[in-house]
Design a protein around this ligand. Structure first.
Ligand code: SF4
Ligand code: SF4
Length: 341
């Protein structure tokens, strides 16, 4: 079975999902091939297991993954993928059997972002402990999964690992999981955090240059930040951000992100303030995205044109300030929609 995955390393170019059905997302109670989903189908995504409880049958998982991948190489895609903008000419040269594994099985959070559902299932106790509505502090323990994947060589030091959320730093196994991966020698770990809580293991990984950390600031001012995040976290976030920037071996591996929420922060003025503040604090790389709810609940051509213009403004201002920049999936979709409709 493992041999089938090794053979992917020499696969030729073809029309397929750019993620190649070789990424694994522990996403809420699902195990899936992606988490962003298909923007042309309200962000539906292909699921391998529903109601997953943390008990993994590796043989069955690889069999299912291989079956979907083989079909995809013949142009047969899961229903959820039909029409996805990521289906295009791709190549399948990979350095590992599964390229990327993301853990976001927990939906706990200590922030209340307007565009997110995770925090709505969280309960924060008076002492600051975050609980989910189902009465436990997380969905399941990922440590046995990581250990099993390492043992079976499905995680090698080259396999990219991601932590998203909910908020990773309030997930009770986060520090232990990250320590395990750093001790193992994982070279590429991507973490999405709101930075309200400082993490010693994130700090350790930034110091050794193996962690890429993304924080959604979403504003150029404290007031807009509070409106979007639902909590007064601006000062603590920038304090932790500065600490991480100071210690990071590669400053490009700390990314500030701006999620455009129509009606709140969708102005050039706010975006420019965010860019200038980012530069001032020593950030080198920025990302912009559009609120998922716009893609999920419907959009107009007018709105997509506006987002496209904000994208262009963001790109030009980033260049002007010598900052690296990236458009995330929803903004790329807005640009492509605006140019083609
Ligand atoms: S084609 Fe789109 S929806 Fe399907 S796995 Fe790839 S990114 Fe996800
Ligand atoms: S920080 Fe992340 S998980 Fe928490 S509410 Fe915001 S988007 Fe959701």
């Amino acid at each position: 079975m493992f041999e089938l995955f090794r053979k992917r390393q020499n696969f030729k170019k073809s029309i397929n999902c750019q993620l190649g059905y070789k990424q694994l997302f522990f996403f809420g109670r699902n195990v899936a091939f992606c988490s962003n989903g298909n923007p042309s189908q309200q962000r539906k995504y292909p699921i391998i297991y529903k109601n997953f409880d943390g008990n993994i049958d590796i043989k069955d998982l690889l069999k299912k993954m291989d079956s979907i991948w083989k079909k995809s190489t013949k142009g047969i895609f899961p229903d959820e993928c039909i029409g996805c903008h990521l289906i295009k000419e791709s190549n399948f040269y990979t350095s590992s059997k599964i390229d990327f594994i993301q853990f976001s099985d927990y939906c706990l959070c200590n922030s209340k972002c307007i565009y997110c559902n995770s925090w709505r299932t969280s309960v924060v106790q008076e002492d600051g402990t975050v609980l989910s509505t189902y009465g436990v502090a997380d969905s399941y323990n990922i440590i046995p999964i990581i250990k099993m994947f390492i043992k079976k060589k499905l995680i090698t030091s080259d396999t990219a690992i991601g932590f998203a959320g909910g908020e990773p730093t309030v997930y009770q196994y986060f520090e232990e999981a990250l320590q395990l991966l750093l001790d193992f020698g994982t070279k590429n770990i991507k973490i999405y955090s709101n930075l309200i809580k400082f993490s010693n293991q994130i700090s350790r990984g930034l110091k050794s240059g193996v962690i890429e950390l993304t924080v959604s600031i979403d504003a150029g001012t404290k007031e807009i930040h509070r409106q979007i995040k639902g909590v007064d976290s601006y000062d603590i976030v920038y304090k932790n951000l500065k600490n991480y920037i100071d210690i990071a071996e590669n400053k490009l591996q700390i990314v500030s992100k701006y999620v455009i929420v129509p009606g709140i922060n969708d102005t050039e003025e706010e975006i420019e303030k965010w860019i200038l503040k980012s530069k001032e604090i020593g950030l080198k790389k920025l990302e912009i995205n559009l609120d998922d709810r716009v893609i999920e609940n419907g959009y107009t051509k007018e709105l997509m044109n506006k987002i496209n213009k904000l994208n262009e403004f963001f790109i030009n201002k980033s260049k002007e300030n010598s900052l690296k920049y990236d458009l995330c999936a929803n903004c790329m979709f807005a640009t492509s929609y605006s140019n083609n409709n």
